[in-house]
Design a protein around this ligand. Sequence first.
Ligand code: BDP
Length: 686
Amino acid sequence: QVHAAWLPPEAFRSLGARRVLVHGDGPLVDTVLDEVARACARYGGRMWHSPSWDVDVDLVLTLRRADALPSSTAQAARAAGEAALIDDGRTLGDEGFLLARAGDVTVVLADAPAGLLYGLFHVVRLCAAAFDPARPPELHRPALRRRMLNHWDNVAVHPVMGQVERGYAGGSIFWRDGRPRGDLARLRAYGRLLAASGINAISVNNVNVARAEARLLTDRLGDVAEIADVLRLYGIRVHLSVTFAAPVALGGLSTADPADEAVRAWWAATTRAVYERIPDFGGYVVKADSEGQPGPFTYGRDHADGANLLAEALAPHGGVVHWRAFVYDHHQDWRDRSTDRARAAYDHFTPLDGRFRTNVVLQVKFGPVDFQVREPVSPVLAALPATRVAVEFQVTQEYTGQQRHICHLGPWWSEVLRFAPWGPGGRTIADVATGEKGEGGGLVAVANTGDDPFWTGHPLAQANLYTFGRLAWDPRLDPRAVLDEWMTLTFPPSATADPELVRRTLHEIMDDSWRTYERYTAPLGVGFMVHPGDHYGPDVDGYEYSRWGTYHFADRDGVGVDRSRASGTGFAGQYPPYWADVYESPERCPDELLLFFHHVSYTHVLHSGSTVIQHIYDTHFAGVEEVEAMRRRWQTLNGMIDPAVYVRVAERLDEQVRSAIEWRDQINTYFLRKSGVPDAHGRRIY
Ligand code: BDP
């Protein structure tokens, strides 16, 4: 049984009680029909599919350019919709829709079938409000064309990474023990889940194991096609992670050099075969010259040569290559302070701006290091004006509690998307991902889903997936309002005795949970301090003398990484002038990023008025108290919601409390021992 997705049948209740007309043809329209039919079967109501006689309806979902509707009601509705559109002077596009009231009818109008599907999900999200006679017409179009999830799912179980690298939700939805799972019903449910939050693209295998699983590209392409055949019904295009070494690994060539004619011909022929089998194939995702993956550096070529090689093969078929910018030296000597991992992506990629083909999307992690709970926004995102850039988030909570902790990431992503790298009031990261003419690379995230009955291990981690999709559709949405939508869909009023209490309690638990997580883990943007390898739980010096380039430099006098131009690694200088100046100065640098940019003494006074050391103590005590309060609040919901959800969350909150205490005590003790400065409030530190 699959629990509590955010489209439980109950969410369709308000729809089922009505008379619905679906007008249009094609596979995606069939999906809409299927959704509506299921709602009617369960809750009553009636549905028609393009009837040739007059019907009285409450809801019409219709393609604008479909043949004239026979029903006079529907015709009127369509006219009303068009009038609203003409006033607005805009078109609906491939995925957009118009929601308008015409007389007693609610109309969803789209130019393409995907728009009808998104329109249907929007009506479900609104519930009864979609039928409010006073509702003004609304035009919905995704701000970002590409809204993608990357699965780090391994086809075969990997000895270190398991079935899913950084997966905290059980096995893979696609693969098991080297074979496709073949659970097409679950796959279809997954497509529905993704489409309902606005996601329209996924990659189905891990970038890190693409070499071992290279055959997905050739003789095992059928396994990928099977997934594509199902997800297509929900408007989702499938992409494949491929290894740069594929011509050698699969094609028997002696080289994968981008300048080699045989290599180019191999990619062209292989890609052509992919499109013969999967005509709407999305394209490739590549991790090259990164953490041991093969790449163009082997042949003395740069990353524009590498990305363009694959882009050239994909171009005739309309595909794109997502080329990851996560390139750095992972064999760093910790004694050598001249190498700064934070600088690496900028140093590698900015000289290449303007050289990438138009179907290359450079996929950039939102921060310069690695998905930490707090990092500055990556300067790379503002440094390649002539390149299509995508922002990469991590929905899977590798560094944010691994779906054992509640950490709602919506406010964090929203902050990143609203960040204006050229200075306040200027273009934002969301604008970069959108592109000047809508041709930007969009938003991508590493998925947090698996074959777990709750999809995401922690039932409340579903909110992160939903929020990611919604922010990719519209980055201006208020993350709190999005959370509210998710709550209403996941815990529908009909399923609880006191919907208001449930909603209020969930907000109290989740709204600030990202900041709570930040409080009890690594302080002031310094990052890491996690247990090496699995990245769960504290280990303050775990990476301090390692090769990975993630250091905090704590000593008896102070802590933090000097990344200033004046005396440090110069990373601060990679930003446009406004932020370069802010970050350069320990006085102006925002508190939450101070230790990312500066090495300061423990007695340095923050803008908050507290010293660094007292801030560390206070936030760690507060963080644990907040988690304990979360657990108490959750207990008040016992008996109010699905018992399976209640129990799963309650168990995980016990672990979150245990883990937060562990973090508090290790971090506080570490810094007390280093600094010798006692807690001003005399609390117990070990
Ligand atoms: C790091 C993960 C590692 C990934 C890498 C990546 O620890 O498992 O392979 O990111 O993004 O955060 O490729």
